[in-house]
Design a binder for this molecule. Structure first.
Ligand SMILES: Cc1cc2nc3c(=O)[nH]c(=O)nc-3n(C[C@H](O)[C@H](O)[C@H](O)COP(=O)(O)OP(=O)(O)OC[C@H]3O[C@@H](n4cnc5c(N)ncnc54)[C@H](O)[C@@H]3O)c2cc1C
Length: 388
C-alpha cells in the first residue's frame, strides 16, 4: 500500500505528528509495535512536568509555548483533560551551577529565558519558599524560581487523543505491528513489518528507545537508553498539603551532580492515590527489550532515604506503586530532530533525554512541516545531527 508519509512509533512524538499530518489531508500511516498509549516506552506514568521558561536552553521555548496552545486546542476539540496548571517551583542552591539535562546552570537559564520571552515568574528566597511551601524541608541556602503557568500533562491522554483525532481525519493506524526493516529506493521508502510492506515518499522515525534499530553507526552511538523509575508515596494522612491546588510541581536541585535532584507532582488521584516523585539515574545503559521492570524494596528505600525522608515533610516510607520508564539520552541531553544526513526521505525524531514531552505537540507540527514542506516554522537548527 502506498502513502505520502509513514510514521514509525506512535508514542508522544509519533502520535502528535500523525495527528498534524492527517489534519492537513496528507495520506499518512502510523505504525506501532504495541498499542499506544502503553507502558513499555517513555510515555506513561500519569504525569509530565510542563513549563514555559526552559532551563535546557532558549531554543526550546518556542516548542513549549506552541505545545501549550496545541494541547488546549485538542482539549477543546476532544473534551478531554490534557494540561493542568498548578504553578511550579524550581529550587536550587544559591551558589548555582547545578547540573540538569546537560546544563550546568539550569535555574540561571530558566530565569534568562523567562526574561527573554516575557514569561511571568517570581524569585523566592529560602524564607519565602519555607513560608509558602512548608512541605519542603530546606537547608536555608536555596533560591526559588516560581512560574505560575507551570503544570503537568497527562501523557497517556495526550497520545490517545492525538491518535483518535488522527484517525478521525483519515490516518491509517496499525497497532501491534512491528517494523522490521526500512529500505530506501530512489523515489520512495519501503517499510517492511511483521504483517506487510508499505511504501511512502517519506518516513518519520519516532521510535523512542528503539531509535537505534533504524540508524546506522556512527550516528547510532549518539543514543543511550537508561532505566528510570517513578514512585508514588502515601500522603493520605497529610493530604491537604499535597493535594492539587495546595502543592506545586517542583524541581529541586539540592547539589551539583545530575542525581542530586528530585522532582514531583501534587497528589492528583485523591487522598489515597499517593504523590509521585522521581529522580534521574545514569549508572548503566539498558536495552528497551530487556530492561528490568521490577522495582525492589532496596530501590524504594534508597529513594526514600536520599530524596524524601529529610527533604519533604510528613511523607511516610510507604510506597503505593512504582513504574519503570525509559530515557533515550544524547550527549548534552539535546534533542535530535533532523533528516538523516545520507537520506532526505528519512526524518528522525528523538526528543527525549528526559525532557521532551512538554514539547511534543509542537514537535508533531514541526515533523509534519518537515515531511511536507522540507522546513518548519519553528527553528530547529539546534537539534540537527550536525550539532553533535
Ligand atoms: C521517567 C521519565 C520522566 C519524564 N519526565 C518528563 C517531564 O516531566 N517532562 C517532559 O517534558 N518530559 C519528560 N520525559 C520525557 C518524555 O516523556 C519523552 O521525551 C517522550 O515521552 C518521548 O516520546 P517518544 O515518542 O520519543 O517515545 P515513545 O513515546 O516511547 O514512543 C516510541 C514508540 O515507538 C514504538 N516503536 C519502537 N520500535 C518500533 C518498531 N520497530 N515498530 C513499530 N513501533 C516501534 C514504540 O512501541 C513506542 O510506542 C520523561 C521521560 C521519562 C522516561
Amino acid at each position: 500500500m502506498n502513502f505520502d508519509i509513514i510514521i514509525i512509533g506512535l508514542g508522544a512524538m509519533g502520535s502528535a505528528a500523525t495527528y498534524q499530518l492527517a489534519k492537513t489531508g496528507v495520506e499518512v500511516l502510523g505504525i506501532d509495535q504495541f498499542s499506544p498509549p502503553h507502558n513499555l516506552g517513555s510515555t506513561h506514568g500519569e504525569t509530565r512536568v510542563t513549563r514555559k521558561a526552559i532551563g535546557e536552553g532558549a531554543e526550546y521555548v518556542p516548542l513549549t509555548l506552541r505545545s501549550y496552545e496545541i494541547f488546549r486546542e485538542i482539549e477543546a476539540e476532544m473534551d478531554t483533560d490534557l494540561l493542568t496548571i498548578t504553578g511550579g517551583l524550581i529550587m536550587s542552591k544559591s551558589s548555582g551551577n547545578a547540573n540538569l539535562h546537560g546544563n550546568n546552570g539550569f535555574i540561571e537559564t530558566t530565569v534568562s529565558t523567562a526574561k527573554k520571552f516575557g514569561i511571568k515568574h517570581q524569585f523566592l528566597s529560602s524564607d519565602e519558599i519555607a513560608k509558602q511551601f512548608p512541605q519542603f524541608n530546606l537547608d536555608g541556602d536555596e533560591i526559588g524560581y516560581f512560574e505560575d503557568k507551570m503544570g503537568f500533562l497527562r501523557p497517556e491522554n495526550c497520545v490517545a487523543a492525538q491518535l483518535e483525532l488522527a484517525e478521525k481525519y483519515g490516518a491509517a493506524i496499525k497497532r501491534n505491528e512491528k517494523v522490521l526493516e526500512i529500505k530506501s529506493e530512489s523515489d520512495f521508502v519501503e517499510v517492511k513489518t511483521n504483517q506487510g510492506t508499505y511504501k511512502a515518499e517519506k518516513i518519520i522515525v519516532s521510535a523512542g528507545a528503539w531509535i537505534k534499530d533504524f540508524i546506522n553507526e556512527p550516528l547510532q552511538n549518539l543514543f543511550k537508553v537508561y532505566r528510570q523509575v517513578f514512585y508514588w508515596f502515601d500522603v493520605a494522612d497529610n493530604f491537604e498539603n499535597f493535594k492539587l491546588g495546595n502543592f506545586p510541581i517542583f524541581i529541586w536541585e539540592f547539589g551539583r551532580w545530575e542525581n542530586d535532584f528530585v522532582y514531583g507532582f501534587p497528589a492528583i488521584d485523591g487522598q489515597f492515590g499517593g504523590f509521585k516523585v522521581a529522580t534521574e539515574t545514569y549508572l548503566e545503559t539498558t536495552d528497551p527489550d530487556k530492561v528490568n521492570r521490577q522495582i525492589s524494596q532496596k530501590e524504594i528505600d534508597e529513594i526514600y532515604g536520599k530524596y524524601i525522608e529529610n527533604r519533604i515533610n510528613n511523607v511516610p516510607n510507604k510506597c503505593l506503586k512504582t513504574a519503570t520508564c525509559l530515557y533515550t539520552v544524547t550527549p548534552n541531553a539535546r534533542f535530535v530532530i533532523d533528516k538523516l544526513p545520507e537520506n532526505e526521505r528519512i526524518i528522525v525524531a528523538s526528543p527525549c533525554s528526559g525532557h521532551g514531552f512538554k514539547h511534543s505537540a509542537a514537535i508533531g507540527e514541526v515533523l509534519a512541516e518537515l515531511a511536507t514542506e522540507g522546513k518548519s516554522r519553528i527553528d530547529i537548527s539546534a537539534f540537527s545531527f550536525a550539532k553533535f
